[in-house]
Design a protein around this ligand. Sequence first.
Ligand SMILES: NC(=O)C1=CN([C@@H]2O[C@H](COP(=O)(O)OP(=O)(O)OC[C@H]3O[C@@H](n4cnc5c(N)ncnc54)[C@H](OP(=O)(O)O)[C@@H]3O)[C@@H](O)[C@H]2O)C=CC1
Ligand SMILES: N[C@@H](CC=O)C(=O)O
Length: 384
Amino acid sequence: MATCETRTVPFVLVGAGGVGAALLEAIVGARALHKARYGIRFSALAVCDSSAAVSGADAAGGLSDAEIAALIAHKASGGKLASQSGAVVRPAEQDASVFLESLVDKYSKEAPDTIVVDCSATDATVPALLKAATTANMRAASANKKPFADSSFRNFRELCLAPTSPARVRYESSVGAGLPVIAALARVVSAHDAVTLISGSFSGTLGYAGESFSAVVGKAKELGYTEPDPRDDLGGVDVARKALILARTLGMALELSDVVVEPLYTPELAELSVPDFLAALPTLDAAFAAKVAAAAAEGKVLRYAANVRPPAADGTGGGSLKVGLVAVPASSPLGTLSGSDNLVEIYSQWYAATPLVLRGAGAGAGTTAAGVLSDMVELANTRG
Ligand SMILES: NC(=O)C1=CN([C@@H]2O[C@H](COP(=O)(O)OP(=O)(O)OC[C@H]3O[C@@H](n4cnc5c(N)ncnc54)[C@H](OP(=O)(O)O)[C@@H]3O)[C@@H](O)[C@H]2O)C=CC1
Ligand SMILES: N[C@@H](CC=O)C(=O)O
């Protein structure tokens, strides 16, 4: 019987919170499948949190599965990686982006086919991801939206739209978590099927928007759906980033400031710290409940919806991005969403009367990590 050699695929993980830990767990759980089906074994060369990087030294130069399990337990108990023995601690005065870029630089020399995986929620990863996207055999996968929605379309173009990029950079979980939204859109784009509209609900947290406001936000936070800073969710910025990422994937040269955003909280609350902000949320309950009741009186429900409208095929109109609260019929596709479900409808030349629809869990550490892992397998399988 022929034996299939197993190829080691090294990676560096930035971010060891809910999604990062779920990813490590999923990688260890998928070892037998990855070996049998793809002939690969992922090896964690380093894992970073906001304080430090820990690296491994098993036969493939990575963390052993026992070390990964201990790291996950340490993070779950609220620990910092800086307290782990052998950790490379980021000096307090060093900018996080410099620390991460120099780490990626080191591995670009020691293990040139490393995949840099971003499961953090910081834009400090931009230089590290750009380095991975533009260095010989390196690759990048990200659940983090910020680098893809940052202030420079130029960065996005270098990360995702350069001719070599589709095989080098994946950011599937940045929109709709594990739902293959970017993959579906990329196929539509590659077939020159002009997209006329992308619409739906792109927030797991705000999918709950029909119930008691503060209780629902608290529940979403407990379930790990909210951003590390939940004001990003409630201010609409998280959905705006997702809309922008979809627009940029279509090639639209837009910035976050081009998105028309309707926040769900008042400007005074924006000034508060996160704990004070969460404590103040019940003050919004009565006004929100009144909106829910007004919609219900017309057989409607409230949803936080997004619309990405590209310019018309004849070049007229600059295109528009809009996210905000809408009242929709309770029986409509958007109206029947529940829990953390997302709905993404893509209208195009070939999906004109009936859109291409992706619907399902749009938040949660497990499904988000699954999307990242699938990105990593694709990157490992598409080496030049
Ligand atoms: N949760 C979800 O449902 C989804 C999340 N995402 C995205 O996934 C990402 C992670 O989300 P989640 O796991 O829930 O968030 P968490 O807050 O649980 O984890 C974030 C992690 O990033 C680390 N981090 C912060 N700054 C840095 C830095 N400078 N260098 C290295 N690591 C850093 C944190 O470190 P420390 O532990 O020290 O604080 C933490 O480990 C986010 O970008 C989010 O938008 C995408 C889709 C769905
Ligand atoms: N905070 C986000 C997480 C996924 O992107 C959400 O609620 O959808």
